[in-house]
Design a protein around this ligand. Structure first.
Ligand code: SAH
Length: 231
């Protein structure tokens, strides 16, 4: 299935808002770390409902936010949610496009954010080269993923989705960033402290064999965040 088919279905079923709710737990911490200044141009790769740009408009007064998504229905919904929100002086636009060929000029973006989307790239190395190309010198790429090698609890996710996913380890992310010409400024795990974990007697649950496994997934592994900087 193509990205368009798969994620248009998700958007039509309201899963864009569902992801926003779940991903916000850790995404908000990643957004708070971004060295975004008022007036900056920020690109959100695989924007989904567009919540990241709405948050940056609300709290950081960005000049322009570009939310890119391969699924037209995702971009359409994101546009509507942004129109309903008060984005102040910030302009938010939502465009349909592919990670592998960004519809943006060289050196035209101050910072790039991506949550739970990068690993759907048809060719993640090509995506990194594209990010490097559009970033201005000193610009950052904050790449947040829950699907990665060390997170053993994510390994079966590919079985539930028809789009091919790339499962890199932390070191593989760092190596690929460097190969694409980005410096690696940091890499760490942002824990999800909000997903509710039931008391021990509730286990096994529908999704979790043991409480320890669920604690590890959310409180320990959480979201892997790799930060690249354009030289
Ligand atoms: N960032 C959002 C959405 C994550 S879902 C959130 O945190 O909730 C991943 C999104 O990336 C989907 O909306 C999907 O359509 C988009 N996507 C996946 N692969 C893509 C690709 N190769 N090019 C463009 N968009 C892609």
């Amino acid at each position: 299935m193509s990205v368009r088919e798969e994620f248009d279905e998700w958007a039509a079923a309201g899963r864009d808002r569902g992801m926003e709710e779940r991903h916000w737990h850790t995404a908000r911490h990643v957004l708070a770390r971004m060295p975004v200044e008022a007036g900056d141009r920020v690109l959100d790769l695989g924007t989904g409902s567009g919540y990241a740009l709405r948050a940056l408009a609300d709290t950081r007064d960005i000049g322009h936010g570009v939310g890119l998504d391969g699924a037209p229905k995702m971009a359409h919904n994101a546009r509507e949610y942004a129109a309903e929100a008060d984005t102040g002086e910030s302009t938010l636009s939502f465009v349909v496009g592919e990670f592998g060929s960004l519809p943006l000029a060289d050196d035209s973006v101050d910072h790039v954010f991506s949550m739970e989307a990068f690993y759907y790239s048809a060719d993640p190395h090509e995506t990194l080269r594209e990010i490097r190309r559009v970033l201005r010198s000193g610009g950052t790429f904050h790449c947040a993923v829950n699907y990665y090698e060390e997170n053993v609890h994510s390994h079966d996710w590919q079985e539930h989705i028809d789009v091919a996913m790339t499962r890199w380890s932390g070191p593989e992310y760092r190596a690929a960033f460097r190969e694409a010409g980005l410096h690696v400024a940091s890499q760490d795990n942002v824990p999800d402290r909000e997903t509710e974990i039931p008391p021990a007697e509730a286990f096994p649950t529908e999704n979790w064999e043991t409480r320890a496994a669920m604690v590890e997934r959310y409180r320990e592994y959480g979201t892997l965040v790799t930060v690249g900087v354009a030289p």
